[in-house]
Design a protein around this ligand. Sequence first.
Ligand SMILES: NC(=O)c1ccc[n+]([C@@H]2O[C@H](COP(=O)([O-])OP(=O)(O)OC[C@H]3O[C@@H](n4cnc5c(N)ncnc54)[C@H](O)[C@@H]3O)[C@@H](O)[C@H]2O)c1
Length: 254
Amino acid sequence: MTASAQQTGLLDGRTVLITGAGSGIGRATALLASAGGAFVFAADIKGQDETVAAIGESGGEAEALNLDITDAGAWESAVGNVLSARGRLDGLANIAGIVSNTDTLLSQTEEGWDRLIAVDLKGPWLGMRAVIRHFLDAGAGKVVNVASTAGLIGMPDVLAYSAAKGGVIAMSRQVAVSYAAESVQVNVVAPGVIRTPMHGDVTPELMTAVKAATPAGRIGEPEDIGNMIVYLLGPGSDFVTGQVFTVDGGWTAQ
Ligand SMILES: NC(=O)c1ccc[n+]([C@@H]2O[C@H](COP(=O)([O-])OP(=O)(O)OC[C@H]3O[C@@H](n4cnc5c(N)ncnc54)[C@H](O)[C@@H]3O)[C@@H](O)[C@H]2O)c1
């Protein structure tokens, strides 16, 4: 059975907004959500049109949103557009993110720190803030925030990134307990190393080392993360909130 076939029907009738949908994990999630029956709003600053085209080619329905997740006004108009076009929004997956290759305590700059925190921490906050009033009015809604194993354990060369991802985990728990009684669920997926363009400048030697250190014996694929996100956007997770799902082939279980 293929990954997408497993999730067929899981999101039937639902409308979801997925950030970072132009590449990597976001694109895979958008395709899997569509295969699961959702109408997908594919949001990104680049690549979102190609994702919408790919969804169309596989028989799904999607619309592209040009959305810079660091821009509060852009979030308000994006959610407004979704609601006027579809009349509903059932889930938000905050997947867009960046890394930096000069991200150590001594090499990180103030500008670099501010940018990482703006995209990787403030972005998901603005996204949750933009959808939550609608979720409360509608009486239900789901948020899935993508953090990282770097938000859970110490890893080299990811100073500001770790701070942002750890912040996403703490923030998600706070929002989860605040709105649990209103049938709004907020969960986190923390991926290990996943084969996406984000790792474009990582050497093959490092990838081989990561593979060797992973109990599952392979690098993760974007669909490994997308499947978990689709599950958390679906009805099976109605009693699940404030949790962190580490998807890393067993790496952090060692
Ligand atoms: N790839 C991994 O190994 C890995 C591991 C742990 C966590 N993650 C997280 O998964 C998420 C997706 O990463 P990926 O590997 O698919 O990377 P990617 O680079 O393939 O995709 C990231 C997407 O985010 C978009 N983006 C960046 N800044 C944006 C902004 N300001 N507004 C809107 N969109 C913006 C980019 O345009 C891109 O399409 C990120 O949050 C990343 O931190 C990735």
